[in-house]
Design a protein around this ligand. Structure first.
Ligand SMILES: [Mg+2]
Length: 381
């Protein structure tokens, strides 16, 4: 699924939190970091201090020489973590697809075409509720979103789209490309590569002989290509779907048909969250309202509709001795992130392909577009 990617990054985070907690520090050069007498270094400095040339990771002693009137504060990590949580909670209101990068930075995936609007709303919410400055870069991938956020700073948003790459990215120094540190940068200079544009136009063969496989990756980045996916945190503990029958059901086949539909629904939700489940449970409510729940735990987690269905079918057939039934449910838990398997059997691969096609159709046309044949055999009540 194509998404817009946002990189949300708070500006001068530690210093901004200190200025928030101590309003008398607002508008003043604030440096958060180690003790200058113990060779401490600058952790974060406010934009006011940056005007004096103070930078992160600079020795405190040097920072004080540049900006003698700076206000020095020790790092209060407990407080920054607390504020960080509040910021992440705001992000969560906009999308479940969040990859935290650090205490003050996260990638967000949002619906294609809504990036700019969402970025504006996030900035407004962070400003209004937490009174903190935040910059947001918007693009189609992590690389361009990150570069955009750096260009947006301080306290603004910027979008870079693939067609902007030659104008915006190419004039920038080559070291903005991820993976190009100071030693690689020096090597680039030896080959006459100074800007991202130089790198983007450099012949493949020469790049590979100079930088090995990384050369190709660097060149892709220089052209604005980046296929790294968001590494999502997931808080989902379980996914469940259930159906209460309009009238108590005596027919086993009808229950099984419903269980298949519920399994497909649960499978779809698992895949859309890129999760797999280890425990599959069946919930069964009888006419007298007694409710039982039975489960099976797998060795290998699954996200496959039919595997889920066959397990709940087995559980149902084992416990279906007391008709009629009033409600059935399918629940999966023991969730894990979906790791791409390298050795799929061809049958599993085919099932995967079918599910991908099914999910896409469903994303496009809604959940009733594809119905398993089994579900069509019995009229739905
Ligand atoms: Mg930051």
């Amino acid at each position: 699924m194509k998404q817009d990617i946002l990189l949300c990054d708070l500006d001068a985070f530690f210093a901004s939190v200190e200025q928030l907690d101590h309003p008398e520090l607002q508008g003043k050069p604030v440096i958060v970091g180690g003790n200058p007498k113990a060779r401490g270094v600058v952790s974060t400095c406010s934009y006011e201090a940056r005007e004096y040339g103070v930078r992160s990771a600079m020795p405190m002693k040097k920072a004080l020489e540049l900006c003698p009137e700076a206000i020095l504060l020790p790092v209060n990590m407990r407080r920054y973590k607390e504020v960080s949580k509040q910021v992440m909670t705001i992000f969560e209101r906009f999308t479940p697809d969040i990859e935290p990068v650090s205490i003050d930075e996260a990638y967000l995936g949002v619906k294609k075409g809504t990036g700019v609007e969402t970025a504006q709303q996030i900035r407004a919410a962070v400003k209004k509720e937490l009174k903190l400055p935040i910059s947001v870069g918007i693009s189609v991938n992590k690389l361009l979103a990150k570069i955009a956020s750096n260009l947006a700073k301080p306290d603004n948003i910027k979008a870079i789209w693939p067609e902007d790459v030659p104008d915006i990215i190419w004039p920038l120094p080559v070291k903005i490309i991820p993976g190009i540190g100071s030693s690689t940068e020096k090597k680039c200079y030896l080959y006459g590569i100074k800007t991202v544009g130089d790198l983007a136009k450099f012949p493949d063969k020469a790049l590979i002989s100079a930088f090995g496989k990384n050369g190709v990756i660097f060149k892709n980045y220089a052209n604005g290509y980046d296929n790294r996916e968001l590494e999502l945190i997931h808080k989902t503990k379980s996914i469940s779907e259930e159906t209460t029958f309009p009238q108590d059901v005596f027919d086993r086949e009808q229950v099984l048909t419903t269980l298949l539909a519920l399994s497909e629904e649960v499978g779809y939700r698992l895949r859309s969250k890129r999760l797999r489940a280890k425990t599959i449970s069946l919930k069964l409510r009888f006419a007298d309202f007694t409710t039982i729940s039975r489960d099976i735990t797998l060795q290998e987690p699954t996200d496959k509709d039919l595997q889920i269905y066959h397990l709940v079918e087995r559980l149902f057939l084992r416990h279906c001795n007391k008709p009629p039934w009033r409600l059935v449910g399918v629940r999966v838990s023991g969730l894990e992130k979906n790791q791409q398997l390298s050795l799929l059997s061809s049958a599993a691969e085919n099932e995967n392909k079918i599910m991908v096609v099914k999910d896409r159709l469903r994303d496009k046309y809604g959940k009733e577009v594809l119905v398993s044949a089994k579900r069509l055999l019995k009229p739905k009540e």
